[in-house]
Design a protein around this ligand. Structure first.
Ligand code: FES
Length: 105
């Protein structure tokens, strides 16, 4: 599983998603509840950036139509989205956050 550096841990603000591009893939990195998560930065309902949405209770909300996605599983909690968004494994080393674009979490 190839991890690539996404950002510095110190750049992340609690509950504030940070959008990064890894090998051309948009990823939203989120620090919340003492953990760091990486989720594909495009909603499964339409082409909207999830990193512009709000984070609460380990969920990221799509600002356009309000579906929330679980940061641990990528599953939507409600309509209109019905398909999950890929989530990616995260590894922290010192102040560096690494993400693997493999979708095993
Ligand atoms: S675009 Fe995200 S819920 Fe519609």
């Amino acid at each position: 599983m190839a991890f690539v550096r996404a950002c510095a841990l110190s750049e992340l603000e609690e509950d504030t998603p940070k959008r990064v591009e890894l090998d051309g893939t948009p990823v939203s990195v989120v620090q919340t509840a003492g953990e760091v998560f990486a989720i594909h930065d495009i909603c499964s309902h339409a082409n909207v950036s999830l990193s512009e949405g709000e984070v609460e209770d380990c969920q990221i909300e799509c600002w356009l139509h309000g579906s929330s996605f679980d940061l641990r599983t990528g599953k939507p909690s409600g309509l209109p989205a019905t398909r999950p968004v890929p989530v990616y494994p995260v590894k922290i080393e010192g102040d560096d956050v690494f993400v693997s674009l493999s979708q095993e979490s």
